[in-house]
Design a protein around this ligand. Structure first.
Ligand code: SN0
Length: 315
């Protein structure tokens, strides 16, 4: 595997899930594979799980791991071509990405959507710049439109917990006070579309995800209808795509409540974290035995470890 940016980079998603489960069963089995190889993780935004799980995965594979908070610790980067750099941006991505490529065998990049310009965000300027200009493989640690490390961990978790061959998996929008990216929802939909699961997306009107991510999923604006008979409830907020980056008024009643969970077939509760209690989900749900958020976050190690392994094998 060359890069890990979208599922299109993955020769077999099924095989990658199995690889994740193998890594989980034997975390240091491949600790010679990354010897003398450097993994450089670049964070343009905050992180807890992604940063630590990716560092841990690199270490499990025997890699050296270096991390930088770009922007906060390094120079402000210019991404536009042909500009006179007379503002506050001291370095162009053309040099920065190429230089980091001299230090790293694999680069991981986190760069959220700006949420002001839809076309720009959906062009993935930051991630694509590193892919084109660094000369080394790139792992997507949540870009403007996708979060594949999360989605692979989600699929690993569902695989571990499913009680039916074809469980009903519901991605439901949930309320938030801030505009959040569509990346987690987009990616979850994109990866779920590659499974045989019964997949439903529930969101209020005005919050439909982009059709290229929705794929063959059933979309409903009726949350209760979606919850009926569900085996997995995956909650996530995202800001409007149509009214780009906006939080539309109303919809606070989309919170995941214990009452709504009763409509499901004893569904597991999933969320990528961080989650705001009392806003996205009631304490009674996230504290219940059906909540699998910690197992899901734990699986972040095995998901990125499987992806890094596949890249290392082809270096
Ligand atoms: C990010 C998002 O894409 O929604 C990262 C999720 C893995 N989440 C947030 O930015 C939450 C911020 C908040 O204030 O709750």
């Amino acid at each position: 595997m060359k890069h890990f940016i979208t599922p299109a980079d993955v020769p077999s998603v099924k095989e990658l899930i199995e690889e994740g489960l193998r890594q989980k069963a034997n975390p240091t089995a491949d600790n010679k594979l990354g010897k003398d190889k450097t993994l450089c993780l670049l964070f343009f935004n905050s992180s807890l799980r992604t940063r630590l799980s990716t560092q841990k995965a690199g270490i499990n594979l025997g890699m050296n791991v270096i991390v930088m908070n770009v922007g906060a610790d390094s120079w402000q980067l210019e991404f536009e071509d042909g500009v006179t750099m007379n503002g506050n941006k001291a370095e162009h991505i053309k040099e920065a990405a190429a230089v980091i490529g001299q230090y790293a065998d694999i680069i991981g990049v986190r760069a959220f959507a700006g949420l002001t310009n839809r076309e720009e965000d959906y062009q993935e300027l930051v991630l694509e710049s590193f892919r084109k200009l660094s000369g080394v493989p790139v792992v997507n640690l949540e870009s403007a439109t996708r979060h594949p490390c999360q989605s692979l961990a989600d699929l690993i978790t569902i695989e571990e917990l499913k009680l039916k061959t074809r469980p009903k998996v519901v991605l439901t929008w949930a309320p938030h006070i801030k505009p959040l990216p569509q990346a987690v929802g987009n990616s979850f939909a994109e990866w779920l579309n590659l499974t045989e699961y019964d997949f439903v997306i529930a969101n209020p009107e005005g919050y439909d995800l982009a059709p290229e991510f929705v794929g063959k999923a059933k979309v409903t604006h009726n949350q209760a209808e979606a919850f009926e008979g569900a085996d997995f409830i995956y909650a996530k907020n995202w800001s409007s795509l149509e009214h780009y980056g906006q939080v539309l008024p109303g919809n606070e009643d989309w919170i995941i409540s214990a009452e709504k969970m009763k409509l499901t077939d004893n569904a597991k509760f999933m969320h990528c974290l961080p989650v705001r209690r009392g806003l996205i989900v009631e304490d009674a749900v996230i504290d219940s035995d059906n909540s699998v958020v910690i197992q899901q976050a734990g699986n972040r190690v095995w998901s990125v470890q499987a992806a890094l392994k596949k890249i290392l094998e082809e270096l």
